[in-house]
Design a binder for this molecule. Structure first.
Ligand code: DC
Length: 221
């Protein structure tokens, strides 16, 4: 049987960086489910679909196929066969994904893909509803969070390093809004599973959080 690790938590808590590192140390496959939601969102943007029109959404989703594979150990995501791993990282896609991911029809489309991967191999899967809905029997569940201030500060530094102009107050506001949407949607909102271990990374380094998750996994494997 495969060993599954679920990591959920809000945007900016360091999930993907930490999940990638922990997966590498454990020789697990890292599955980034946010990338799948982003790819569907890109597809809906390209087709100009009004996602509030249930029928139009249904029809557009029927023409969207999301798949993943790995290139030198790095997850690639495909939209109808086209590798869109770079294109899903734009600010526009980021801003729209939360609303698309709130639609039950969109979530239903990805459930089988995510569960199938976890059945076949040892995965460390990160997202918002992995421990609560996708992999309720995961052998290890982590809820990784950090204060809004810590998350805004990290994002601010990232953008400044890239040479982008930004205000920390704006970033904090965006994070708060995204948290609210992800935590208050009707279908599988972001929340900590009863049996998930809470890690608050506000005052921890990436290395410390990674080491903690690897340790917790090794205790259970
Ligand atoms: O983790 P991320 O920033 O790439 O996620 C993009 C968006 O997708 C975010 O608004 C939350 C949503 N998402 C989700 O609803 N469920 C998941 N399992 C993963 C991401």
């Amino acid at each position: 049987m495969s060993f599954n690790i679920a990591i959920d938590g809000p945007a900016g808590a360091g999930k993907s960086t930490i999940a990638k590192r922990a997966a590498k140390e454990l020789s697990f496959t890292y599955v980034d489910t946010g990338a799948m939601y982003r790819a569907i969102t890109l597809g809906l943007m390209r087709s100009g679909t009004d996602i509030e029109d249930a029928r139009a959404l249904e029809e557009a989703l029927a023409d969207i196929e999301v798949t993943i594979d790995y290139r030198e150990g790095v997850q690639q995501v495909y939209l109808n066969g086209e590798n869109v791993s770079g294109q899903i990282r734009t600010e526009e896609v980021s801003a729209r994904t939360s609303a698309c991911a709130a639609k039950p029809q969109v979530r239903a489309k990805l459930t089988d893909l995510q569960r199938g991967l976890a059945e076949r191999e040892n995965v460390l899967m990160d997202g918002r509803d992995i421990g609560t809905a996708i992999l309720p029997n995961a052998q290890l569940k982590i809820y990784l969070t950090a204060s809004i201030e810590a998350r805004a500060e990290r994002r601010y530094r990232e953008l400044v390093e890239r040479g982008e102009e930004c205000s920390i107050e704006e970033i904090a506001k965006d994070i708060e809004e995204r948290d609210y949407r992800d935590m208050h949607r009707q279908t599988t909102p972001l929340m900590q599973a009863d049996d998930a271990i809470l890690i608050d990374s506000s005052d921890m380094t990436i290395e410390e959080v990674t080491a903690r998750i690897v340790e917790l996994a090794r205790e259970r494997i």
